[in-house]
Design a protein around this ligand. Structure first.
Ligand code: FES
Length: 192
């Protein structure tokens, strides 16, 4: 008993000293990390505020389009934040074709109504960027291949979009993106 107590005490002291050492080291490490964290934050904040776009830049990042000249069956290509955007005036047949689809069968189920604005369901505004790997699909230009679903066709890997620009065939995972936009008049839209 006495022997074991005699040997246990130095061990206990060593352990205590060890754990004390560990604790001290931990503290030093934590203090160093905290200081680095504060330093990191201090340098990050000015960087973030510098990165925040000014009002001028935000205004430039919207696109206003006159859509009055787009006849039914026609589309225009515009640029929004350096990316192509398609604005298409759907014919009654194209609207009918879009509405005839059972959306439960779609890879990315959305109705034409959900993808257009109230009172303007004939006007389809989408990014002209394939959701597979970002190519620009065909179909907005006069005489371009619209694919087997009559909307847009991406020649890069063969994705076909329907008249509501919903993905119907090919590797693209989702519909062409509808950007934020609003009608500022009956003939003008503001994207962004
Ligand atoms: S980028 Fe369009 S199908 Fe691949």
């Amino acid at each position: 008993m006495a022997t074991s107590t005699g040997t246990a005490e130095p061990d206990a002291l060593a352990t205590e000293a060890n754990s004390e050492g560990v604790r001290r080291r931990d503290f030093i490490n934590i203090a160093a990390v905290s200081a680095a964290g504060v330093g990191g934050l201090a340098t990050l904040l000015p960087l973030i505020s510098q990165m925040a776009p000014s009002k001028d830049v935000l205004a430039e990042s919207t696109t206003e389009l006159d859509i009055s000249a787009i006849e039914p069956g026609q589309a225009i290509k515009a640029v929004f934040r350096k990316q192509p955007v398609f604005v298409r005036n759907l014919t009654p047949e194209e609207i009918e074709a879009a509405n005839a689809v059972d959306i439960s069968t779609l890879r990315d189920p959305e109705t034409l109504d959900e993808r257009t604005r109230e009172g303007h369901h004939n006007l389809l505004v989408t990014m002209g960027v394939c959701t597979h790997l970002g190519c620009v699909p065909l179909g907005a230009g006069e005489g371009e291949n619209k694919g087997e679903y009559g909307g847009y066709f991406c020649p890069c890997h063969g994705s076909s979009y329907d008249t509501a620009a919903r993905i119907r065939k090919g590797p693209a995972p989702s519909n062409l993106v509808v950007p934020d936009y609003e009608f500022t008049s009956d003939t003008t839209i503001l994207i962004g």
